[in-house]
Write a new protein. Sequence first.
Lengths: 164, 789
Amino acid sequence: MTDTNTILSAHTREEIDEWITRYPAEQKKSALLAALRAAQHQNNGYLTTELMDAVADYLALTKIEVYEVASFYSMYELNPVARHNVAVCTNVCCMLMGSDTIVDHLEKKLDIKLGESTADGRIYLKVEEECLAACAGGPMMQVNHKYYTDLTPEKVDEIIDALE
Amino acid sequence: MTEELVTFTVNGQELKAPKGSMLIKATDAADIRIPRFCYHDKLSVAASCRMCLVDVEKAPKPMPACATPVMEGMVVQTRSPRAIAAQKSVMEFLLINHPLDCPICDQGGECELQDVAMGYGGDVSQYSDIKRVVFDKDIGPLIATELTRCIQCTRCVRFGEEIAGMRELGATDRGDRLVIGTFIEKSVDSEMSGNAIDVCPVGALTAKPSRFSARAWEMMQHPGIAPHDAVGSNVFIHTIHGKVLRVVPRDNEAINEVWISDRDRFSYQGLYAEDRLAVPMVKQGHEWVESDWDNALQLAVEGLQAIVKNDSAKQLGAWTSPSATLEEQYLLQKLMRAMGSGNIDHRLRQADFSDQDAAPVMPWLGQSIENIEALDAALLVGSHVRKDQPMIAHRLRKAAIHNKAAISFINPRRFDWHFPVAHECATDMLADLAAVAKAAFELASTPVPAHLADVVNAAAVNDTHRQLASDLQQAENSSVMLGDMAHHHPQFAAIRKLADALAKQTASHLAYLSEGANSGGAWLAGAVPHRGVAGSDAIKGMTFGEMLANPCRALITLNIEPEYDALHGADALAAAKRADFVVAISSYVTDNIKSYADVILPLAMFTETSGTYVNAEGVWQGFKGASVAVGESRPGWKILRVMGNLLDLDGFDYVSSEDVKDELKQQCQDIQLNNSVECTQPVQVAKTTGLQRIGDVPLYAVDALVRRATQLQKTTDAQQNAARINARQATASGVADSDKVKVKQGEVHSYLKLIIDEAIPDNCVWVSAAVHDTLSLGPVFGTIELEKV
Ligand code: SF4
Ligand code: FES
Ligand code: FES
């Protein structure tokens, strides 16, 4: 058994505890998504096996259950990524509105491909899998926790350059 | 219980089934074939593969038969154009990513995907892009994976969660990248993991030990009985050119359902171990030479006769394996008693024989195996049932999960269980059991029986004990079960009496979970020193314990390695060495056997002989030889019959093993199995002081066959060569995790690695028996010392 108290930070544990209270006592499992989010946040935006195991122990789940969830949702990163998570929606609506141009622009500007991080560890260009539910504002992207809509290359420059 | 039945038609045939039950169950019962992948009769319904689509009248689209409840008046077509089109499309879809590697796939020829594709699929696929590939992880020594072949039915995942009770395999990632596996590099450790191979409809999970060695259609299938535990799981033995290639479950709802333990599945590897004995061997002076059977048998018989003549028959002893067949045990005791000796025993791992006269004619389960899953409460005393009797544990698990039964344990330590456990006492078995008995008497305000008064009154009762007693008391269907560690305990007689009193007080079935495949048979056959066949009066002799204290001058051993198979392994080996003449009827030849034996007769093993095992519920399960015996080895009953003939003994003219069995069965006709202990000899409890050894016989160390099963020996469960204590005890004893320590029991010692394990109580050191590094030590219960080296 891993020592969850040292692997999960006090803040992470606090956050998980708060989520646990929102569900019936015997359904700690329901807090798994939030717990993984907190654990990922604590670790510069990606999960390690050690962190997932700690979450499993903390919520009294089997490890494989946690791996299943963490690998299922694209919002969890299972490999080291750069500080800022930039995800351009390329689903149908955004595609029709020109998301390809945005992706091209970003790839050229940062000199990386989708799914890669910049060498300085600043920007991670995520492969976005699904519609981000902001179709009316396409093309759009999500930067960390924030949505930016009606993108143009100029607007993208502005947003990206503002990230430290 | 009356179930409401509904009537509906399938392909025009009128069927009835309980309302709300799934259509596929009804069609299966009526032998109407519906293809399926994810559906499995023993698992929850996933309804994910869609192979079982059928045409239901008035339904807007085809419905999955595995997830469609039957309804009154429903009209179903399984072969209508709509059903056929749906099945064809699903089949085509499932084959999109399936490789065309059937020629090199172990499942080829017994593959559900092949069969269903033949029966329901089309000839061409519209798909022409690349197929996905999965890079496999090593999931341990038993199961080979080729997950590129996986069709994501999740049967294996559901098996792990719902049956094995260990969620080890999972489905990670998603969509077309979904992969079944352990995600990280990790072995699958369940003691019944091999069943995942059977539930897998394709060749994604196959048996590692038999991989790439034969095609399904080349093998011969023979029914058999598994030789390791008291369940006697029904198996099929698959052979090729007379050699066992694999063992798989044979359905028997009353016994093993459709599962078997890994031990029963993979132990056959031991059949072909390097030290398997192929021809008789005899000792000439200090040399061992191979011999023909006639000569070896003649020498064996002459050696025994000489001792009987010069000394007395009382100098003749016999030790038999509890897994020897009924016929072997019966003939061995018949031979012994005909020669005038009652010194025969199969209870090699029992320490306390003091109440043997009060023992049942055949200690048994006290109930049917099926009843276990209907229990409301059970108390297991001295049992790591999950590893000792995996199929009994499976039934207990069902009781705990489906029946909310309160399953509790009184053990020398805590274990990891795969079902919810109500209470677990883990300090001193005898004290805890006495306390529960006391609580039960108090609860019912019944006086304590006089012979138990001392031990019961001295017991300190806590809330757990009271809870345990009341669980049993309140349950309608309850059981008190004695496991391996109870049998190994130096005060087994006291445990037995307390358990009996507790069972009577709470109207529970008293159950024995005995070691070996045929302990029950050994009792019936008279392979005990104090009783003859079927509990009759017969020439009495020394117990195994007495034979160690007073070694006999002549000895017959049947299918055992004393140093591993006896509780006092080192003493047993020494006793065997002290005998002047030893006939070892053995499947193997080892240096130890050579050190004490004078004649070694090669014994055919469980797949090579016909015979009978009596399981814990008293069922006589006969089997026939399935594979060709290695070398010149012969069935034990034949060896013993010829010895009887050569000794000029009466009644050894059997033509078949059935003759032997029939003769015994005749004498067992009137036996009513009854575990009740009628003994009022007062129970004395010996106080122990100082650090105590506790331990078990690990599941892959129980007998000579499984000890040689090379793949099982690589499993996590087989790694039991360490000493375990808790952190507090470690500090007190001045040792730390991973230290090499010297453990001493009286005069003998061994060096082991120390592991800190909080499941071990204070004042105790857990050291398993029957594993290589602990062989030189004393019995599993006793005073022990620990020193850092
Ligand atoms: S490995 Fe076999 S049993 Fe498991 S999901 Fe894949 S096909 Fe089904
Ligand atoms: S398609 Fe981009 S937000 Fe919906
Ligand atoms: S068998 Fe019915 S959906 Fe798989």
